[in-house]
Design a protein around this ligand. Structure first.
Ligand code: SIN
Length: 511
């Protein structure tokens, strides 16, 4: 059987490791921090799947396509919604105890879903419950696990990925060989000054894959979550809170979302995030407020125990008063381009989870589709590895499929000139010019600033991350400049269709 190197310890990596071991492969699993750290464990809302009698894969398909603003790949979405329910049943078998009420599994409603179909666990601790169950499952398998071990670069031979260079806990650079490398390194929210992501989300997999020559796509599509707590660390306030009835108010107490979209607080995430951003600008930068008081203190604690602690720790009694929220970078729709089986454009390299651009999300991901995507496509990638391994030819041509996704290019970070990249400045720059609203002047300024920096040698974790952040920032800006019109989460205020609709922010009026 094959030697499989899985890089990443979130749902996608754990799933791939478990299933590859069960298929008889020899599996090495490496993760940058401890096994459980990563975006998965912070996922609150849940996992969406058409499991209930009033729902269907067809409805889930239609909702996902609509949220994707015309850019989701229907074939990939079809796979997601049809195979999703079986993957959720697998999760239950792995030991995830989704919340239950008197009539069976409880389900929540989230933005742009036409049915309540979001399963949750521990109220608002769905990701943590999934991570816990999968970590326990992987530890029962004969998987060699290396924590505190970071991907630096992929190793290529004859155009095939044959392993990876890794930075171990001791700071030593080692090369690990494999027949198949599965990237499951997660997202890149840390590119932006304000994010719901943990600090490990530095886009390591996308950057390394791009340096190795893999196709990457859709990097202009960063999802900004509308409701992070406006407090240090901008912790996520799950969309499920709005799904249960919380509403957004401006500084005067007005429920402004209904002026923007008839779906109100449950309009697609990009619509709500921009409306929150705009309204905050219009009121001179003061954050808008999330009003969850109608839910009542007891229900808030029952349904959202984790959030109750977070909001109260920040000094807000959300049972009796609205509290301030702000948009924050949340999810990367783009990434390493894959086919429907997780294959990238490089033989030997697979990508699953947030690092991958499967085409499922298009320009704006439907809430709670990400955990599902990770499970569905990790399962398929392992099947593809197994099929490749058992084929008589082990044909590299198996990877020679067409990519609908356009590639992007940018200046590589290893050009040795300029000042060393400043991580904090880079994150502030991305927030300022490549955030919820973009225009050519801002993107050009960001591009020039990024080009003036050079990446450090990746000889320790921080420097390796900084190199990745710089590569990914350049790629993201290049992609955002290339797409001149607004679509989904990529919103250009210099797009003529948009200019006519924009209200004038107060500070511009005053100028
Ligand atoms: C949330 O709970 O609002 C986040 C869920 C998601 O990003 O899908």
């Amino acid at each position: 059987m094959a030697r499989v190197l899985v890089i990443g310890g979130g749902i996608a990596g754990l799933w791939a490791a478990v299933k590859a071991t069960d298929a008889g492969h020899t599996v090495d699993l490496v993760t940058k921090a401890e096994l459980a750290e990563g975006n998965t464990r912070y996922a609150q809302g849940g996992i969406a799947a058409a499991l209930f009698p009033d729902d269907s894969a067809e409805r889930h398909f239609a909702d996902t396509i609509e949220a994707g603003a015309g850019l989701a790949d229907p074939a990939a979405v079809r796979v997601l919604v049809e195979e999703g329910p079986d993957r959720v049943r697998d999760l239950i078998r792995f030991g995830v105890a989704f919340d239950r009420g008197e009539s069976g599994l409880e389900r929540g409603l989230e933005a742009a879903h036409s049915r309540a179909r979001v399963l949750h666990a521990g109220g608002d601790a769905t990701g943590a419950a999934i991570e816990h169950a999968l970590v326990a499952t992987v530890r029962r398998r004969a998987v060699a696990i290396d924590e505190q071990t970071m991907l630096v670069d992929l190793v290529l031979e004859g155009g095939r990925v044959v392993g990876a260079r890794l930075l171990g806990a001791s700071g030593t650079l080692v090369e690990r060989r494999a027949d198949a490398v599965v990237l499951a390194t997660g997202g890149s929210g840390y590119l932006f000054r304000h994010t719901t992501n943990p600090a490990v989300a530095t886009g390591d997999g996308v950057a390394a894959a791009w340096r190795a020559g893999a196709r990457v796509a859709d990097l202009e599509f960063t999802q900004f979550h509308p409701t992070a707590l406006a407090a240090p660390g901008t912790p996520l306030i799950s969309e499920a809170v709005r799904g249960e009835g919380a509403v957004l108010r401006d500084a005067s107490g007005h429920r402004f979302m209904l002026d923007v979209d008839p779906r109100g607080e449950l309009a697609p995430r990009d619509v709500v995030a921009r409306a929150v951003w705009r309204r905050s600008l219009e009121q001179g930068g003061a954050p808008v407020l999330l009003d969850a008081t109608a839910l009542g203190g007891a229900e808030l604690v029952r349904r959202f125990p984790g959030l109750d602690a977070v909001v109260r720790a920040a000094g807000f009694d959300w049972a009796s008063e609205p509290f301030p929220v702000t948009p924050a970078a949340h999810y990367a729709m783009g990434g390493v381009a894959t086919d429907l089986d997780g294959r990238t454009s490089l033989p030997g390299l697979y990508a699953v989870g947030e690092v991958a651009r499967t085409g499922v999300h298009g320009a704006n991901r439907l809430a709670s589709n990400s955990l599902l995507e990770a499970a569905v496509f990790a399962e398929r990638a392992v099947r593809a590895i197994t099929a490749w391994e058992s084929s008589s030819t082990r044909d590299a041509g198996a990877h020679a499929h067409a990519y609908a996704a356009a590639g992007v290019s940018a200046r590589p970070s290893d050009v040795v000139r300029g000042a060393p990249v400043d991580r904090d400045e880079l994150r502030a720059l991305m927030w300022r010019h490549v955030g919820l609203e973009r225009d050519e002047a801002g993107l050009a300024e960001a591009s020039a600033r990024l080009d003036a920096w050079r990446a450090p040698e990746p000889s320790n974790r921080r420097d390796a991350e900084d190199r990745n952040l710089l590569d990914l920032a350049r790629l993201t800006v290049a992609a955002a400049r290339a797409r001149r019109t607004s679509c989904g989460a990529h919103y250009r205020t210099d797009d003529p269709d948009v200019v006519a609709q924009l209200p004038v922010p107060l500070e511009r009026e005053a100028a």
